[in-house]
Design a protein around this ligand. Structure first.
Ligand SMILES: [Fe+2]
Length: 324
């Protein structure tokens, strides 16, 4: 028995070492096609420099203050096959924190999460905005949030396309369990729930992420993926999917429709609750802002999802959402 445990431990460490080496190699390469990556890098750099210069100005301060008016969205997902002992289980969903974009994001988020009880907190990536932001600063800010979380089963996280391999170890030092293409199992009474967490599936897409989805055990499985774009494959073995990446558009029409979702496909999964095959998903608008510290008709969001065992329904806020 002991040797099996040691073998499993060694296996996991070897897998994580291999993951890290591969991730660091990918991080050192330019993004996408060389010219496109170059243009995008130049535009991004120019926007970041403009942001630095304009940060102390009144319109920017006001925009940032408005962008940080976060909403708490209460979501209830009822499924007939939810294991009975998980009836009433509450998952606090944080995503796209971009903690270096607006300095006060961590403090405001911590204030909000301190007022919300849950059983488990999940973070679906993009802790940072600027890929050159220093890791110690991000970890210090993330630490404020994590220490305010009131979730008995702790905090799980995956990485987003803005995050780096170097963030994993200090995140785990904060007590966060970072899932790198792997599944963990939670037990309540006689029942279990499996949670599979993937590395980013855009810039850092690898076969290991897809293999992890297919390797999820039989039973009730939940997927944590930074972007909705792995929904097709996840729907084969997972019942629930938590995601972000889109910021709900960040800039929306007055109807709340994103002007640009940032998804090449799966645009209908860009915001809120959705159904894909037999799987229910929730795409949060997220907490932070990317590049420009503004939001338009698209407030930042912290979602608490309560799982119920019963006929299939999803309600978001006061509204029962008809996904079927
Ligand atoms: Fe993001």
């Amino acid at each position: 028995m002991h040797s099996e445990l040691f073998d499993e431990f060694d296996d996991r460490n070897a897998r994580r070492r291999a993951w890290r080496e591969h991730r660091e190699t990918m991080e050192s390469r330019p993004e996408g096609k060389r010219w496109r990556g170059h243009v995008r890098g130049q535009l991004y750099g120019a926007a970041q420099r403009a942001h630095e210069v304009l940060r102390p100005t009144r319109p920017f301060k006001r925009g940032a203050e408005r962008a940080l008016r976060l909403e708490l969205t209460e979501v209830t997902v009822s499924l007939p096959d939810l294991p009975a002992d998980f009836d009433g289980y509450r998952i606090l969903h944080l995503t796209d924190l971009h903690l270096d974009n607006i300095e006060e994001t961590a403090a405001v988020t911590a204030e909000h999460v301190a007022q919300v009880d849950s059983d488990l907190c999940v973070i679906t990536g993009d802790i940072r905005d600027n890929i050159h932001a220093p890791v110690p600063l991000l970890i210090e800010r993330l630490g404020h949030i994590v220490s305010a979380v009131r979730a008995g089963d702790g905090v799980l996280s995956v990485l987003g396309n803005h995050d780096s391999a170097a963030m994993v170890s200090p995140m785990e030092d904060l007590g966060i369990r970072v899932l790198l293409n792997e599944t963990v199992t939670f037990t309540r009474g006689a029942d279990v729930m499996h949670i599979t967490g993937l590395d980013d599936v855009h810039r850092f897409r690898t076969p290991a992420a897809h293999a992890a989805l297919d390797a999820a055990p039989d039973g009730f499985c939940v997927a944590l993926v930074h972007s909705p774009c792995a929904a097709d494959q996840a729907a084969r073995r997972h019942r629930l999917y938590f995601t972000g990446h889109t910021h709900g558009g960040q800039f929306c029409l007055p109807t709340g429709r994103p002007i640009k979702s940032g998804l090449k496909r799966s645009g209908d999964l860009a915001s809120g609750a959705w159904r894909h095959g037999d799987m229910v998903g929730y795409t949060s608008r997220g907490i932070g802002t990317s590049i420009l510290p503004f939001r338009l008709h698209c407030p930042g969001e912290i979602a608490r999802v309560t799982l119920r065992r019963g006929p299939e329904t999803v309600s978001v806020g006061e509204n029962l959402t008809d996904l079927w």
